[in-house]
Structures are given as structure tokens and as C-alpha cells.
Design a protein around this ligand. Structure first.
Ligand SMILES: [Fe+2]
Ligand SMILES: [Fe+2]
Length: 175
């Protein structure tokens, strides 16, 4: 008898964490663009940032439509995401791409686990998540093509950025 309610809570947590993640993504790109907007990769960064804005708007709308309270940690993700983007960008274009690779790898896994858990009654949401996941993987592929895996301190950036992203996901599901 509690099953449907539990499912709703699950979906609610998914929408909350996805809204937080996409918000964080826009902040990461804002940080990267603050440093690199006039560089050679500026136009591509702007393109990817625009895609993240669409992702965010979609989850903002879903929060409203389904009565989901966004995470109270938004201000933390705003500063944290911005700093993560800006600091890696200051380390160079390849480091900025390494940051993108690490974030998108975590997010693609995260979206995949949601797709595995959502049932057919959430087919619209699944379609949205599948599309966004494909776009995140495009961001990752692009960052790889641009040499992100050859960034100085690649391993360190990957470990730190993945750790922060996973912690942010864990927290945003809960508060
Ligand atoms: Fe996104
Ligand atoms: Fe992305």
C-alpha cells in the first residue's frame, strides 16, 4: 500500500537532484566562461552552456509542475560549481575539458541509474533524461577530442571533481 507513495518520493528526489545538477552545470560553465570566454574554446563553451540552460529550465519547470521543492543547497552549488569551473579553467583549456569529462562521466552514470529505475508510467521523464544524458555524453566526447585527457594533473582533477560531483548528488537527493 505504501509502494506508490514511495515511488513518488523516489521520483521527487530524482527531479530535485537533477534540477540541482543542471543548475550546478550552468554554474560550472559560468566559471569556465569567466576565464575562457575570449579564448579559442569560448564559442563552444557558450554552446554547451546554452544546452545546460535548456536542461535546467526543463527541470525547473518539472519542479513546479510536480510540486518538488528544489534543494536548499542551491547557493552552495552556485559557488562550488562556479569555483570548480573557474579554477580548472585557470589551469588551462585542457584542464577545463578534464573537469567536463569527469562531471559528465558521473552525470551520465547517474542519469543511467535513473533510467534503469523509472518505470513505464514515467515515460515522458525517461525520454527527457535519455535525451539529456545523450547531450552530456556529447559534451564529454567533445572535451575528450579537445585533449582533456592530456591535461596536466588529469588524475587529480578527475578524482577531485568526481568526488565533489558525487557528494553534491548524494546531498541534493536528501536536502
Ligand atoms: Fe546538463
Ligand atoms: Fe553537460
Amino acid at each position: 500500500m505504501n509502494a506508490p507513495k514511495q515511488l513518488n518520493k523516489d521520483v521527487e528526489a530524482m527531479i530535485r537532484v537533477d534540477q540541482a545538477g543542471e543548475f550546478g552545470a550552468t554554474c560550472i560553465y559560468a566559471g569556465q566562461l569567466a576565464v575562457l570566454k575570449n579564448s579559442a574554446i569560448g564559442p563552444t563553451l557558450k554552446q554547451m552552456a546554452a544546452q545546460e540552460e535548456v536542461h535546467l529550465k526543463t527541470f525547473n519547470d518539472l519542479c513546479v509542475a510536480r510540486g518538488v521543492q528544489p534543494t536548499i543547497l542551491q547557493p552552495v552549488w552556485q559557488v562550488g560549481g562556479y569555483l570548480m569551473g573557474a579554477v580548472t579553467a585557470l589551469m588551462g583549456e585542457k584542464a577545463a575539458h578534464a573537469c567536463t569529462i569527469a562531471v559528465e562521466e558521473v552525470i551520465a552514470d547517474h542519469y543511467q541509474s535513473q533510467l534503469d529505475r523509472l518505470g513505464p508510467e514515467e515515460s515522458e521523464l525517461k525520454k527527457t533524461i535519455a535525451q539529456f544524458r545523450a547531450e552530456e555524453l556529447e559534451h564529454k566526447d567533445h572535451a575528450e577530442l579537445e585533449g582533456g585527457r592530456n591535461a596536466p594533473a588529469y588524475e587529480t582533477i578527475t578524482t577531485v571533481v568526481k568526488g565533489i560531483t558525487k557528494t553534491a548528488i548524494w546531498l541534493s537527493k536528501r536536502i
